[in-house]
Design a protein around this ligand. Structure first.
Ligand SMILES: [Ca+2]
Length: 342
């Protein structure tokens, strides 16, 4: 589709007015008819064979999907990829977001009391996730989820496998929730609700926290319970550390850092390699060295299992660290101003 639009553009190039029309075409959703796309066969077959849909039912959904170039552009320009750690951090740890977070804690105190008891996931962490993802539900996304998932499944080869699977999950989810597949709104990547769950997570890990028989992630009680459940599923350990600031020896062993965020060496082994946590840590605890490159030098941290659990929400170290530091700022603000209420 992208290439077809590009060749259309070059054909129209000589006339200015026609170029303007072409630009309007490129930024507006384009009817795609993904029923005809070669990769649609796998989507149709899976939904028919594994989930009992008819071909006509799947086609009726795919027919409504539209290609949106800006969805593809957003994937390339994600903040985690383009911003330095300092810029990324300050965009999420704004005074407004911290204050709103402290207010959110007060407004949902009884829900958090229950959730901490049941899951052992701290309220500040859950609140920080909601703050980073949607500004506490203030912005849950305006992209049609069907367009987001179809565009990325069919037009973004590098992530096609993941988004094809999410598109299938979404179509099943819509049947389970009795939603019209063309109406749901979410992020440009197809994440939904205050907690921004992808369809597969919505189906498997979202829970009905308020017990009204409906799993509604656009509603705070269900969203709070669901995030806690998500963290437990990804190995959150109650009352265990998240990170430590690390001082490094000049000749630190760069090979110990490796790729990924899963804790890979004991604190003792990392100390041998020149990484020294600034908190007192048991030598046997496993950690991963996190390194932030910045204009004013590098920052080093240890990320423990709970840091890794946060990163299962978005697998980038900047994301996990911003969530954690926001949680600390919210906690401090709530302690300093216990009277605050929304
Ligand atoms: Ca509910």
């Amino acid at each position: 589709m992208k290439y077809r639009l590009q060749s259309m553009l070059s054909a129209l190039a000589p006339t200015l007015s026609l170029m303007v029309i072409a630009l309007i075409i490129i930024v507006s959703p384009v009817k795609a008819d993904y029923r005809q796309h070669p990769s649609a066969v796998a989507v149709i077959n899976t939904l028919v064979d594994k989930h009992g849909f008819s071909v006509a039912q799947v086609n009726a959904v795919l027919k409504q999907a539209e290609t949106e170039q800006r969805i593809l552009d957003s994937m390339t320009n994600a903040a985690e990829k383009t911003k330095t750690w300092t810029a990324y951090r300050s965009s999420f740890l704004s005074p407004f977001r911290i204050t709103k977070g402290a207010e959110f804690l007060v407004a949902h105190k009884s829900t958090f009391d229950q959730v901490e008891q049941e899951y052992g996931v701290p309220r500040e962490i859950i609140t920080a996730i909601l703050g980073v993802e949607t500004n506490y539900g203030g912005y849950t996304g305006k992209t049609r989820v069907l367009n987001a998932l179809s565009t990325l499944a069919f037009e973004h080869p590098r992530r096609s496998r993941f988004f094809t699977s999410e598109l299938i999950e979404y179509i099943v989810l819509c049947r389970e929730q009795q939603w019209d597949a063309s109406e749901q709104l979410g992020s440009y990547a197809g994440a939904m609700g205050m907690s921004q769950f992808m369809p597969s997570n919505y189906r498997r890990l979202a829970v009905d926290g308020d017990g009204d028989g409906d799993i509604d992630l656009f509603e705070p009680v269900d969203a709070i319970h669901s995030i806690a459940n998500y963290f437990i599923h990804h190995g959150w350990q109650n009352a265990q550390p998240v990170t430590s600031r690390v001082a490094v020896r000049q000749d630190f062993d760069v090979a110990l850092i490796g790729r990924g965020l899963k804790p890979n060496h004991s604190v003792a082994r990392l100390a041998e390699g020149g990484f020294y946590p600034q908190d007192k840590m048991s030598p046997s605890v496993k950690a991963r060295v996190i390194r932030f490159h910045d204009a004013d030098g590098d920052e080093f941290w240890f990320g423990y299992q709970n840091f890794y659990a946060i990163s299962r929400y978005n697998p980038r170290s900047k994301y996990a660290m911003a969530v954690y530091q926001l949680s600390l700022a919210i906690e401090k603000q709530a302690k300093d101003n216990p009277q605050v209420s929304s």
